[in-house]
Design a protein around this ligand. Structure first.
Ligand SMILES: *[C@@H]1O[C@H](CO)[C@@H](O)[C@H](O)[C@H]1NC(C)=O
Ligand SMILES: *[C@@H]1O[C@H](CO)[C@@H](O)[C@H](O)[C@H]1NC(C)=O
Ligand SMILES: *[C@@H]1O[C@H](CO)[C@@H](O)[C@H](O)[C@H]1NC(C)=O
Ligand SMILES: *[C@@H]1O[C@H](CO)[C@@H](O)[C@H](O)[C@H]1NC(C)=O
Ligand SMILES: *[C@@H]1O[C@H](CO)[C@@H](O)[C@H](O)[C@H]1NC(C)=O
Ligand SMILES: *[C@@H]1O[C@H](CO)[C@@H](O)[C@H](O)[C@H]1NC(C)=O
Length: 615
């Protein structure tokens, strides 16, 4: 070998790091790197992927993730990366440890990349929103561990292969928006949770094994529905119907109130009440949950104000002790209101009053209890005063409107802070949460719940991250206490109702209005796991249609003794908290025990959490 030739290769070797240029090595990181470069060099990508050949792939290549030791590539996520044309065969398929592959939202075409079937470790694959065409492969025996198969929005045709029956681990299967035809095979996949075959060209009837997904999973085909099912009503259409009854969101509750003649009188009454109240604050503050009618008549008498009492249906407005409501509903009418979001129980608005004080007003939907029961529950909830429970300040209970007034928390909910995601507003800027902040969220939340359970003999019923805020002392604070028993969230099949279900303990999952302290502890357990892992309850891999329940995931990882892997990277970076993390992880897992009796009591939870605060 000539000297010059030798130098040439040395330089090349140096440039390519430890990769071997002579033979395609599989089974190590160098092989993975070469496979990725071969892929990149043979596919059209008008936009650079910013894979710098002289930097380490695990740490710096966008879209590439590795196992914990950084020895193999386990994830490749290139959504919307402007990849065009046919995937070069024998490139990605060499990433033999690959578990997650997402190539959605690109311009990829050609037949199904058949060599992907060699990826035996694959857990989730999304090729959605590309231009793949032709028939689907028939044999899937190699994808033993696949849980998610997402082929939505391509041009696949031919039949749905009966070989899908071999995907025994499948949790989610999306074949919607393709050109698949023929009859649907009988797929006995008991683990399957999500399925969508909509908008294809399928014929015949829906096999028995798949009827549990409902007709909406099969719409837009030429299928014969057996047992003449009722026409499917989609949630969106339902919402539209509702819009006709309710005034559009940003038109704020103020308009809703003014639109209602009866409530107009309530407003007038409130103006008077609040005016007088401001002057006689001391006295009124000692009044504990007095119906406004009583207050009004008392004050009216004292102030000698003439009011046509019979016209005033003020028994529908209630204030609670310490509400300190230095505003009236006239202020509210002129207030700037902001739509905050649609929750499980209805819409929430932020209203800023004249004196720039902000309040949150919730409009309850689908109330299923009588007015008497409603008021009774309000009395219980309105009297809860604890620094870790968001106080209910006032409520309106009329025939048409159920409004609740809360303090407004300027810092975002735990959901936004933790996941950088607002269920209604999409992504917001994500700032990593520090360990202390997370711990204080948990401590405050547990204390608030313990107080509700022991002092008020009440279950919360809807513990979830979007209901947890930070109080003025920096600790967690739970909102929407006790509303779950009043409404039926499943009248609306929307996302928030589905989210609601994720925090339901197994024993209450079918009875949405039944809650117990034990079921609250279960929900708290899910929150603890979310806080430790930084993942959402329906562990949703970058929204790539990869839905694995958090509890299942944590248990799997822990069972494999990879406990370190479950924690949020931000926490792993924090020094000297490993022991605390492990203890709280165990606490979280105890809380989500399937058997209610095995879950710890809330006071124990508080104790364990508090032990981990400080040094
Ligand atoms: C792709 O590009 C690489 C260079 O990185 C080349 O060696 C290879 O032969 C090309 N073709 C395929 C199918 O990988
Ligand atoms: C690639 O990384 C090296 C150092 O790791 C750096 O010097 C070089 O500028 C980078 N190239 C590009 C195109 O970013
Ligand atoms: C599938 O996953 C199980 C554990 O979840 C693992 O033991 C097994 O090796 C995996 N199978 C393949 C083919 O990778
Ligand atoms: C499932 O895979 C096995 C081989 O592992 C094969 O014999 C069988 O025919 C496959 N079943 C279907 C329905 O394709
Ligand atoms: C569905 O099938 C019919 C014929 O059976 C065909 O004319 C039509 O183009 C197909 N539609 C799609 C979207 O493939
Ligand atoms: C199925 O996909 C269609 C789009 O093709 C969508 O409109 C529909 O909501 C989905 N149905 C289910 C049950 O996910």
């Amino acid at each position: 070998m000539s000297r010059r030739f030798y130098i040439f290769y040395s330089v090349l070797l140096l440039f390519y790091g430890s990769s071997t240029l002579f033979s395609p090595v599989t089974g190590d990181l160098a092989g993975d790197r070469q496979a990725l470069l071969d892929f990149l060099n043979n596919i059209t990508h008008p936009r650079s992927l910013a894979w710098n050949a002289s930097s380490p792939i695990c740490a710096t290549w966008p879209g590439v993730t590795c196992d914990r030791d950084g020895t193999r590539v386990t994830g490749l996520r290139l959504p919307g990366a402007s990849l065009l044309g046919v995937i070069p065969p024998g490139t990605i398929s060499r990433l033999s440890e690959l578990q997650i592959l997402s190539l959605r939202f690109n311009g990829l075409q050609g037949p199904f990349p058949i060599d992907f079937l060699q990826l035996k470790k694959l857990k989730a694959i999304s090729l959605s929103n590309n231009k793949f065409s032709g028939p689907l492969p028939s044999d899937y025996a190699t994808w033993k561990n696949l849980t998610v198969l997402d082929l939505f929005g391509n041009r696949f045709d031919g039949r749905i292969p009966s070989g899908f029956a071999n995907l025994t681990g499948l949790v989610s299967l999306n074949l919607a928006e393709n050109s698949l035809s023929g009859e649907i095979p009988d797929l006995d996949l008991p683990g399957l949770r999500r399925l969508n075959f909509s908008n294809n060209n399928l014929t015949g009837s829906i096999p028995k094994s798949l009827r549990r997904f409902g007709n909406s999973a099969f719409s837009g085909n030429n299928l014969i529905y057996e047992n003449a099912p009722p026409p499917v009503v989609f949630p969106t259409e339902k919402e539209k119907e509702n819009r006709g009854i309710y005034i559009s969101e940003p038109a704020i509750l103020g308009i809703a109130i003014s639109g209602c003649f009866v409530i107009f009188f309530v407003i007038s009454a409130l103006i008077i009440i609040c005016y007088v109240k401001r002057q006689r604050k001391k006295e009124t503050e000692t009044e504990k949950l007095k119906p406004a009618k009583e207050l009004a008549s008392k004050l009216v008498k004292e102030k000698n104000v003439e009011v046509m009492e019979e016209k005033i249906e003020i028994d529908r407005v209630m204030f609670f002790e310490g509400s300190n409501l230095a505003f009236n509903f006239d202020d509210l009418l002129g207030a700037s209101a902001e739509f905050l979001g649609t929750g499980t129980f209805g819409m929430t608005y932020k209203a800023v009053l004249g004196d720039s004080k902000a309040i949150a007003v919730k409009r309850l939907k689908n109330v299923v209890v009588s007015r008497k029961d409603f008021k009774h529950q309000m009395e219980i909830v309105g009297n809860i005063r604890h620094e870790n429970v968001a106080p209910l300040r006032a409520y309106v209970c009329s025939k048409d409107e159920k409004l609740m007034v809360y303090d407004y928390y300027p810092k975002k909910s735990l959901s936004v802070l933790l996941h950088g995601k607002d269920s209604d507003k999409g992504h917001v800027a994500h700032v990593p949460l520090k360990w202390e902040t997370r711990l204080r969220f948990m401590i405050g939340l547990a204390k608030g719940l313990a107080h509700i359970h022991t002092e008020h003999k009440l279950a919360h019923g809807n513990v979830k991250p979007s209901n947890v805020f930070i109080n003025s002392k920096g600790y967690g604070c739970i909102s929407e206490t006790g509303l779950a028993v009043l409404t039926n969230p499943f009248r609306r099949g929307d996302e928030s109702a589905r989210a609601f279900k994720r925090y339901r303990a197994p024993e209450t999952i079918d009875d949405t209005r039944r809650s117990t302290p034990e079921s609250d502890i279960y929900a708290l357990g899910i929150l603890i796991l979310e806080i430790l892992t930084g993942r959402s309850s329906m562990h949703d891999e970058e929204e790539e249609g990869i839905f694995i329940e958090l509890v299942t995931w944590v248990n799997t990882v822990v069972a494999k003794q990879w406990t370190g892997e479950v924690f949020d990277l931000e926490l792993v970076k924090t020094p000297n908290i490993e022991a605390k993390l492990l203890q709280i992880l165990q606490l979280g897992l105890d809380c989500v025990s399937k058997t209610p009796a095995k879950r710890p009591k809330m006071v124990q939870v508080v104790k364990t959490l508090e032990e981990n605060e400080g040094v």
